[in-house]
Design a protein around this ligand. Structure first.
Ligand SMILES: Cc1ncc(COP(=O)(O)O)c(C=O)c1O
Length: 369
């Protein structure tokens, strides 16, 4: 049994959650079970639920226990954040159901709902969830699920999860907690029914794996999510599960460093020439701002790598409208073309500020394109 439980501080939980020393050799970090199947001494006889690795794998199970312990629910791991989102939506909703989604959200989530699930009869309404009256107005008698993303990607708006739960009228409340992480926000404690993560981001934290997770408050929904996990088969391989689990162990430390650096970057950007509407939720490392020459700023940074994704130890920069959010173009969730999104890493803050300073300066002094 793991040495930690819900009574321990999160900083302690992240280090130990889901990790039991190997029972055979005593290795402090259990072996990676890189196997597709498990020997059965007799027909139908196997350890726990380990009969075939799509259905269950000990390395994945360890990660799932850890994720459950960090969010305060039942964890299920997936091969990507989108696979996790798909599994939760299909486990909870049926054809003809209505869902409420935010008008400011990750483009891939919108694409899944708008381009795939509507073909199977799902109806949706988009609403600005920072306006709780508007949210209440969007919830219908047949609303099965409310999808919350907070802070939102890429506008970094913060939604009052407890306020959404109060207005849900019995609908299932799912929260994409990718940007906040359980270090900063635990939606299940605020009354939400499930949490989704792209573990690709802060949870794994090193930009070296793609993964996702669903953590549910209720055991029944958990069973439904696991059923979809096995039926669809979008499971992480053992090595990917190991990488996410290893990343989790430094999550508390990393989130503190990301936030400290983001505060320094924001302090610089607020007075920087040409920069306006600097956004930062006050925690985590996600910062966005507007600049008339957004593309050139993003192309001129050196330490901040121009790339999609976020949440790794290294700093990244992108222009959402042209990169991560093309799928929302022309919809209510479209993002401004002059928006720059930063994922502030854990390098020295002074170096990050110097890099942004030179990128903005180079943009101001460059001849017109
Ligand atoms: C908030 C949010 N949710 C979900 C996803 C999807 O995750 P993945 O890329 O791991 O499928 C992303 C990806 O950027 C994201 O930013």
């Amino acid at each position: 049994m793991s040495a930690v439980d819900a009574g321990h501080d999160l900083a302690t939980r992240v280090v130990h959650a889901g990790l039991d020393p190997d029972p055979t050799y005593g290795s402090v970090i259990p072996a990676i079970h890189q196997t597709s199947t498990f020997r059965q001494p007799s027909v139908g006889e196997f350890v726990e639920d380990f009969d075939y690795a799509r259905s269950a794998n000990p390395t994945r199970a360890a990660l799932e226990r850890a994720l459950g312990l960090l969010e305060g629910g039942h964890g299920t791991a997936f091969s990507s954040g989108m696979a996790a989102t798909h599994a939760l939506l299909t486990a909870v909703c049926s054809a003809g159901d209505h869902v409420v989604i935010p008008s400011d959200l990750y483009g891939g989530t919108f694409r899944l709902v708008d381009k795939v699930l509507t073909r199977w009869g799902l109806e949706y309404t988009m609403v600005d969830q920072t306006d709780l009256d508007a949210l209440a107005g969007a919830v219908r008698g047949d609303t099965r699920l409310i999808w919350v993303e907070t802070p939102t990607n890429p506008m970094l708006n913060v939604v009052d999860i407890a306020g959404v739960v109060e207005r849900a009228r019995g609908a299932f409340v799912a929260v994409d907690n990718t940007f906040a992480t359980p270090i900063n926000q635990r939606p299940l404690e605020l009354g939400a029914d499930a949490v989704v993560h792209s573990t690709t981001k802060y949870l794994a934290g090193h930009s070296d794996t793609v993964g996702g997770a669903v953590i549910t408050a209720g055991a029944e929904v958990h069973d439904a999510v696991r059923f979809v996990q096995n039926a669809i088969g979008a499971v992480p391989g053992p090595f990917d599960a190991f990488l996410v689990h290893r990343g989790l162990r430094t999550l508390a430390l990393r989130m503190r460093a990301h936030a400290e650096n983001a505060a320094a970057v924001v302090a610089f950007l607020q007075d920087a020439e040409g920069v306006h509407e600097v956004r930062w939720p006050g925690f985590s490392g996600m910062v966005s701002f507007r600049h008339p020459d957004a593309t050139r700023v993003a192309e001129r940074t050196r330490l901040f790598t121009l790339a999609e994704s976020l949440g790794g130890v290294e700093s990244l920069v992108e222009v959402p409208q042209a990169m991560t959010h093309q799928s929302v173009e022309g919809s209510d969730a479209a993002v401004p073309s002059d928006l720059v999104r930063l994922s502030v890493g854990i390098e020295a803050a002074a170096d990050l500020v110097a890099d942004l300073r030179q990128a903005l300066h180079a943009t101001v002094t460059a001849p017109p394109a």
